[in-house]
Ligand binder design. Sequence first.
Ligand SMILES: [Zn+2]
Length: 441
Amino acid sequence: MESSGYDRVVGITSGAPRRRRDADRELSEELKRAHEATDARLAAEKTDELAPPADDGSVRSRGEFADSAPEDELPGGMAVLMVNERPTFDNEPGFVLKGQCCALCGPLETAEPYEGPPLELGDLMTENGQLSAEIQEVMQYWSESMAELIIWLYRCKGRHPSNFRLVIWDNTGYHIPWELFWLKDPPEQDPGWLGALLTVTRWLTPRDERQGRDYWRAYRCEGPVAAYVDEGMDAHLDLLAALFDRVRRSPSMTQLADYLDVPQPDPLSLVYVACEGRFDDEAVGSGLGDLPLASASRFRRLRKPAQTLIFLNAAYSGAVGISRRRFRHPAVQRGFAHAFLQNGAVGVLAISARVEPGDTYRLADDLLAYLKKHRDKPVADALRELRYEAWRASRCEPEHALVPSEAAGQQPGDQGIPALYRFMYVYYGSPFTVLAIPGGS
Ligand SMILES: [Zn+2]
């Protein structure tokens, strides 16, 4: 629609027999008027009026999720980006993209497969257990090849400047750190990291949709907290006790899982876990504290009508993978984020890699304080703002860096926790989920 208007303006002007300077002035005025007319039309169409619906107990079937474009039902400003596996022409791991926002933003559909990023989960760590600074360079280099995606994202962001939210539905199992996708600068736009510039959430294809919740609805998590905090990490528990009226501590992760499997009339606002975590694609080596992933199958207390947020503040708790060795047709990814979403959690905040225990406390402290101060702000929006804040405050060299550069004479730790760690926190579920902290302003 917009392009036809542009063609019309150019056609009129180029046919006018005027001196070049007058013609240039007229062209720019015509273009300005055309832009104003487009802006007025967009305003009139009120594309952002569709608010997220509250939970009414209904859920769409998996078939509808997978096969149809939900653009006519998505809340204003929400886009879904599906990432599906397709080998490259060299038979290397690759993927294609399919994006939907509103009719005005138009769809994204790539035909030729892109290569998966040249990094594995293990590559994120150096020998001394720190995050590798190479990640940011690898991700920048890899992202720049995806011009179609970058253009589409800026187009959506331009249409919905105040409320654009991107749901990334990655079915590949490649562990792509999408929050570290590099949005290279188109004219008049600032370049930056996707997870700092845009609100990004993740979604996963459900194995069984009966207990799962919709990712486009508004949820509000209110009530007591259930927690498992490992020995030596009591500061996490003190933090919760200072913010919430009722906090129930389980002595082990297995006992917390048992507690979550007993239906109760009073819903939990938050399940909080701070402990050691481990992960491998074959699922058998994945666990949280003493709970193996295989035992994280049923949490009836999270089911409707409860609206509960899960915060897994543990290494690799947000990693999801596909067991390619054991299953010939690996349809579903496995991981704790999947297990909790499947059981009815309305949001899962977890860590995709390894973060030092001291830093996990700092992030929880910052995030919960921020949510208390900014009441009614969705968790996903708060996470984006905290990433942006940390990146801009880090004063790393060069400007885009998320970790201090030894080449620039900076030492790790000069600026506190490297901002990069905040991009290791990934959020699954509805971007509209709000955690109500008592006494918030
Ligand atoms: Zn749109």
